[in-house]
Design a protein around this ligand. Structure first.
Ligand SMILES: Cc1cc2nc3c(=O)[nH]c(=O)nc-3n(C[C@H](O)[C@H](O)[C@H](O)COP(=O)(O)O)c2cc1C
Length: 175
């Protein structure tokens, strides 16, 4: 797991491939089903798109989606369902936190199995809603593109750990 965290990088170009292998599909399903959620509300919904024409249409309305991925997962949440199942905090905040956690699970589990991926927020919400025929109230919040990467991983420009991690109280670093 730590190795997966250390080595995963966003992929923005993908090899030609027909559909998701069964083990990747299983990793995605397991990531979604087992991810934690505030109050165990499980209000999120996920659409796994593999149809090439549908991916082309999604790309047309997603400036942030690079390359030709084998699949695109649309991570959606429904504020009303979140309110009903988890209360105000779920509606306002936790539904986004929950999606972020599922996204991390999907990114790491598929990377572990050799698939490249990239989270994508830059897309036209209304167009995606229409294309996927999302029901009223269901909001697409994040896409994840997936495929065998064509690129070798770029070097990450990470902040220094002293800048982002404190010990016991804010600003205290370790020698
Ligand atoms: C919430 C979120 C939204 C993102 N949206 C986009 C996007 O629209 N297009 C894109 O190419 N990358 C997008 N990224 C990928 C980031 O640019 C990338 O994670 C960051 O540069 C760090 O690189 P790494 O993923 O290789 O570690 C997004 C990442 C996150 C977490």
């Amino acid at each position: 797991m730590l190795e997966a965290i250390r080595t995963r990088r966003s992929s923005r170009s993908f090899q030609e491939s027909n559909g998701l292998p069964a083990e990747i599909m299983k990793a995605i399903e397991q990531s979604i089903i087992n991810s934690p959620s505030g109050s165990n509300a499980q209000e999120s919904h996920f659409i796994i798109v593999q149809d090439k024409e549908q991916i082309k249409r999604i790309k047309r309305f997603s400036p942030g989606l690079s390359g030709n991925p084998t699949a695109v997962i649309i991570l959606c949440s429904n504020p009303t369902e979140a309110l009903n199942k988890g209360g105000k905090d779920s509606e306002e905040v936790l539904r986004f936190v929950n999606l972020g956690i599922v996204a991390a699970y999907i990114l790491l589990s598929t990377h572990t199995l050799g698939f490249g991926n990239c989270p994508v927020r830059s897309f036209h919400k209304d167009a995606i809603k229409k294309l996927l025929e999302l029901p009223n109230g269901m909001e697409p919040e994040l896409l994840i593109s997936l495929g065998y990467s064509k690129e070798s991983p770029r070097k990450k420009n990470s902040r220094l750990k002293e800048e982002v991690i404190s010990f016991d109280k804010y600003g205290v670093t370790q020698e």
